[in-house]
Design a protein around this ligand. Structure first.
Ligand code: URA
Length: 259
């Protein structure tokens, strides 16, 4: 077991996931003595290693394995916020497979048709801090709502609305950005900050006041803002500044891999 309590993994799996070649290529490389584990040439590509602890060298190059990764994804519609799904593509399918070795997972869920900010990490503690119902981490959404959103809804949301299951939401900040008159009726563009994360919460809050969300995008989670220069469907690792905002400065530095 590693420092994180994970089980060990096959050497060839670790290396292929990190882009060092296919299983077949790695088999050959191991046979040629090109992979050294803790100072000894590896004999079996299937040997189990702990990439966090074992010192692995590939053709003399020391493998730098990090403990945590933090990825900002601009989630597109049509993919599910899960690590696996029998029917739909998941957000993990959007990542380069070299990231999968870190076993990232989405921090919370966005609906399949919702776009926007989704953090992917393997840092369970951070995920808990952002998701714990007791922390009331604010999440800001932008939405298109069919109909005319008025100051009356702004007031209702600021007091908390009763959802279909009887749950009364915490006060939420609703801002009306614009109301467009269209041939098929008014369309309101709004921004909404909620301090909890009930299932389909934004859509259900509008349903509670007789309105329908037709487009939804998350733009902020806690202090983390969606990088609007990130094209939809793409991702990047968090910057040092963003990590500092989350209280994780230096968190992406590679492990020294020293025992
Ligand atoms: N609220 C919703 O209704 N859907 C989401 O995806 C997120 C918040």
């Amino acid at each position: 077991m590693s420092a994180k309590g994970r089980t060990t993994q096959r050497l060839d799996k670790v290396l292929s996931n990190m882009g060092y070649g296919s299983r077949a290529e790695l088999k050959k490389l191991v046979k040629q003595g090109g992979v050294v584990v803790n100072g000894l040439p590896a004999k079996d590509p299937g040997m189990h290693v702990d990439p966090y602890r074992d010192v692995i060298e590939v053709e003399g190059e020391k493998l730098l394995y990090r403990e945590f990764i933090y990825i900002m994804l601009h989630k597109p519609p049509g993919v599910v916020s899960a690590t696996e799904d029998s029917r739909d593509r998941t957000v993990l399918d959007l990542l380069d497979k070299s990231y999968l070795i870190y076993e990232p997972f989405p921090v919370g869920r966005l609906d399949k048709d919702t776009e926007g900010l989704l953090l992917l990490t393997n840092d369970g503690k951070l995920a808990h801090e952002l998701l714990s119902p007791r922390k009331h981490v604010p999440k800001t959404y932008e939405a298109d709502v069919a109909g005319r959103v008025t100051e009356s809804e702004v007031r209702l949301f600021s007091e908390g609305v009763t959802l279909d299951d009887g749950y009364v939401t915490l006060p939420a900040e609703l801002t009306i950005l614009s109301v467009e008159e269209r041939d098929d009726g008014p369309l309101s563009k709004i921004s909404l900050t909620i301090h909890e994360g009930k299932f389909h919460q934004v859509k259900r809050m509008f349903e509670a006041v007789g309105q329908k969300v037709v487009y939804l995008k998350r733009v902020r989670m806690g202090e983390l803002m969606l990088d609007e220069s990130l094209p939809i469907g793409s991702y990047r690792e968090l910057t040092e500044d963003e990590l500092a905002i989350l209280g994780k400065p230096g968190a992406m530095d590679p492990l020294d891999n020293k025992k």
